[in-house]
Each structure stands twice: as C-alpha cells, then as structure tokens.
Design a protein around this ligand. Structure first.
Ligand code: GDP
Ligand code: IMO
Ligand code: MG
Length: 423
C-alpha cells in the first residue's frame, strides 16, 4: 500500500539516482514523470557506474518495470542510445520498459532553438537538450507525441504544422541553418519503428499495477527550486518537478500516492545561471566542488557550490508535503572545521520566510547563518548512525529539527553500500 514519490528538494543533483537505486529492492514499478535528457542520475555499485538520463534507475534491477511517463519530453535518439548503452553494460532492456504514447518528442529543431536562445540575450544556462521548446510547443498544442512516431501520415502532418514557422524563426531571427522536415522525417520514423515495442498507454498501465498492489516509486528529475512555477523563475526548467507533476505526468491519482521523500544534499549546488543565496564563490567553494566531484552528469559543467539553505528547503518541504528525507554527501563536509547553515533571509532588514518571486529581490536578499561545528574526521562509507562523529550526528539532527522531517537515509559515499539506513 505504499507508493512513494522521490523528489529533489534543491536545484537538482541531490543524489536522486543513488537513493532510488537503494530503495529499488522494495518496489516493483518505477516511473519518471517529467523532464527529459536534461537529467543525469548517477548510480554506482561494485565496479559499475551508470549515468541515466531518461530511464528510471530501477532499470538496473532485474525483474522491475520502468515507465517513461506522459509528462516527459523524450528525445527518441537519446533514448535509443541510452538503451544501447545499458545493454552494452549488461543491463537487460526489453519487456521491462514502457514509453508513454503521450510523451512529448524532442525534435532536433527544438534543440537548435534551445541552443540558439542560449547564445542570445538572457541565457538560463540550460542543458541545451531542447527541453524548454518541447514543453513550449506541447503547451501550444503543437507538439509531436510518441504515438505520432509510428504513423507516417500523422507525423508528416504534425511536422507540416510545426516546422514552417519554427524554421522561419531559426533562420531569420536566430540566423541558424533551419532543419527541414525531410531531414528528420525518415529518422524519426526509423526511431519510431525501433521504439514501437515499448509504446503503451502508461497511465492505464500504472493504474493497473497500482490496482494489483504492486509498489510504485515515482522518480523525480531536477529539483524543487528548478520547478517552473515554484522555482527561481526564470532560471528554472520547463516542467513541474514538484509533487503535482508526479500526478499529471504519470496518470496516477492522489490515492495512488502514499508518501513523498525528499532528497537533500548536505550542502547546496546549482548548475546553470540564476539566484543562489548561499553560494560560496571562494576557495572553500572550490574545495567542496573538488571533494564532492561537483561536475554535471549531463553536461560536465562545474556546479556552483554553497552552504545548506534551510529557508529554501523548508519551502520545498512544505510545498511537496515531505515527511522524510534522504540526506546525501555528508562525507563531503568532512574536512571543515565550521559549517554554516542559512536559517533566515533578510531584504532591506525585513525577514523573509521564503524565496521571493522577483529576481531583483532574490539578488538583494542577505542570508543569515548559524555556525555548526565540523567533525574533521573521515565519514566516507560509514554505515551506522552511531559510528558518525557526534558533530555529524548533530548536523543531521539539526536539519531534521529545523525542517520538521525525519532523515531515514544518510549517504556517506557514491556507492550503494555507502549509506546509513537506520537512524
Ligand atoms: P541526481 O541527479 O540527483 O541523481 O544526482 P547526480 O547523480 O547528478 O549527482 C550526484 C553525484 O554525487 C553523483 O556523482 C553521485 O555518484 C554522487 N553521490 C551521491 N551520493 C553521494 C554521497 O553520499 N557522497 C559522495 N561523495 N558522493 C555521492
Ligand atoms: P537532475 O535530474 C541540475 C538546470 C540547467 C538550467 C535549468 C534549465 O540530474 O537533477 P533545461 O535544460 O532543463 O531547460 O535547463 O535547469 N537543470 C538541472 N540542474 N540537475 C538536473 O537534473 C537539471 N536539469 C536541468 O542547468 O539551469
Ligand atoms: Mg543529476
């Protein structure tokens, strides 16, 4: 009776891949419900290292079902490459994978538009994977859906509506070489024929699994502060990475969702541009980046690094109805003598209890910190809470108390086994 949503509570890269992999043994079905190949979820165990972009991390566990839900934006070529890569690493992909027939398809033209905009005024620092334009065309009711890839006539008609104005924009405004329909039609149909076996009405499928009492885990991508509505707009992704997206993007209803777990990094990172109140732009930030190996899983970009921001996290906890968290990368803080944690914001001296809407206010706000003592001992790979130094235990308890949540997992290294599971 317990289906679980696992969401990032910061700006992504909290370690969702590792946590989902760790929880996988207790679930039967895994659903991604938003985003696309902008995500990069890392899973490590034994001598294996996987970076998943579209497929839920449950795929690494034999006998589990994985679903790419209707809320996703799927680049069919990236999906085929991911399937091939997994097979080369010895992971079976076949009857265990389903792609929603309603998922939106990322066209090469959408990627070109995404990249062209990033070169112009007001870049966001996107991953360049075409995510924004694909959601934009979806909302304009001009998208291509996975079901269209297996119908020559339907696909031609869709492309005939979408591409003339889009190519005009690319050519005449962005000065890019347009990509005509003929250049993609054949390739899309070919990808469609390869993906046909995976296509399904995944909403009905997920519903029937739920009805059968199978346990479902919904794997979020990105993070709450990148959410289109609730994040640091306009420096956000174009999907709903918060709890609402789990329903609309999977076809499950509120009665199918029993709990929501937040994944929280023990400090904060962000890739791309936008406000970051607790950012460390100094040597300490660089040290944490190096120790935490904070480089994007998808783009390889260095991640910006900063202190834990409990104000933004409290907002994320409330928004998603989170009761439990998995705290990751505690080991990255091992060498610090003092650890700062942001517990309050002020703008012109007035206290703010959450992130403000306006970009200017966000830039103006000043964080107030509490200093907690570091432990300056190695915690890499620690597997029992009582084996953590006292200061590390206090750090975890402080976070729990402030956020009014229970930490049920603490991660002390990238590998599956480097985790504290009983607190
Ligand atoms: P996701 O997008 O939320 O799945 O996170 P990413 O996989 O993009 O980034 C998390 C990174 O931290 C990956 O390289 C993980 O292997 C690594 N990682 C996860 N948990 C821990 C941890 O507890 N300690 C350390 N040192 N690394 C971790
Ligand atoms: P996972 O699932 C971190 C960021 C980009 C950029 C903004 C918009 O691995 O946590 P987009 O390409 O989505 O239009 O870019 O969102 N971004 C992520 N940052 N982790 C991710 O995914 C991200 N996916 C997108 O860097 O700032
Ligand atoms: Mg990631």
């Amino acid at each position: 009776m317990s289906n679980l949503v696992v969401l990032g509570l910061q700006w992504g890269d909290e370690g969702k891949g590792k946590i989902v992999d760790l929880l996988a043994k207790d679930f039967d079905v895994f659903v991604r419900f938003q985003g696309g190949a902008n995500a990069g979820h890392t899973v490590r165990f034994a001598d294996k290292h996987f970076a998943l972009h579209l497929i839920p991390s449950g795929i690494l566990h034999p006998g589990k079902i994985c679903i790419l839900g209707n809320g996703m934006v799927v680049d069919p070529f990236a999906l085929l490459a991911e399937i091939e890569g997994l097979e080369q690493q010895g992971v079976a992909v076949g009857a265990n994978l389903f792609l929603s027939d309603r998922a939106q398809i990322v066209l090469p033209q959408f990627q070109l538009l995404d990249q062209a905009r990033e070169e112009g005024a007001g870049p966001i620092g996107t991953t360049g994977r075409g995510i924004g334009p694909t959601y934009e065309f979806k909302t304009s009711r001009l998208g291509v859906r996975a079901c269209d890839l297996v119908h020559d006539k339907a696909l031609r008609e869709r492309l005939g509506m979408i591409l003339p104005p889009l190519n005009f924009l690319l050519e005449h405004y962005y000065k890019k070489k347009p990509i005509p329909a003929e250049a993609v039609l054949g390739k899309l149909l070919e990808a469609g024929s390869k993906l046909k076996g995976y296509l399904a009405d995944t909403c009905e499928l997920a519903r029937s699994f739920s009805g059968m009492g199978k346990r479902i885990l919904l794997e979020g991508a990105q993070g709450t502060l990148l959410d289109l509505d609730h994040g640091t707009y306009p420096f956000v992704t174009s999907s709903t990475c918060t709890i609402g997206g789990a329903l609309s993007g999977s076809g499950l209803n509120h009665r199918d969702i029993h709990a929501c777990m937040g994944v929280v990094k023990a400090y904060t990172t962000r890739v791309g541009l936008g406000p970051f109140p607790t950012e460390l732009k100094d040597a300490l930030g660089e040290k944490l980046r190096a120790r935490g190996n904070e480089f994007g899983t998808t783009t390889g970009r260095p991640r910006r690094v900063g202190w834990l921001d409990l104000v933004a996290l409290r907002q994320a906890v409330r928004l998603n109805g989170v009761e439990t968290i998995a705290l990751t990368k505690l080991d990255v803080l091992d060498e610090l003598s003092d650890i700062q944690v942001c517990i309050r914001y002020r703008e012109h001296g007035t206290e703010l209890t959450s992130l403000p809407a306006g970009e200017e206010s966000m830039d103006r706000l000043v964080g107030e910190y509490i200093v907690l003592p570091g432990w300056q001992q190695n915690t890499c790979g620690v597997r029992a809470f009582d084996d953590l130094p006292r200061q590390a235990r206090d750090y975890v308890r402080f976070i729990e108390d402030f956020l009014k949540v229970r930490a049920v997992l603490v991660s002390t290294g990238p590998r599956r086994e480097e985790t504290i599971t009983a607190l």
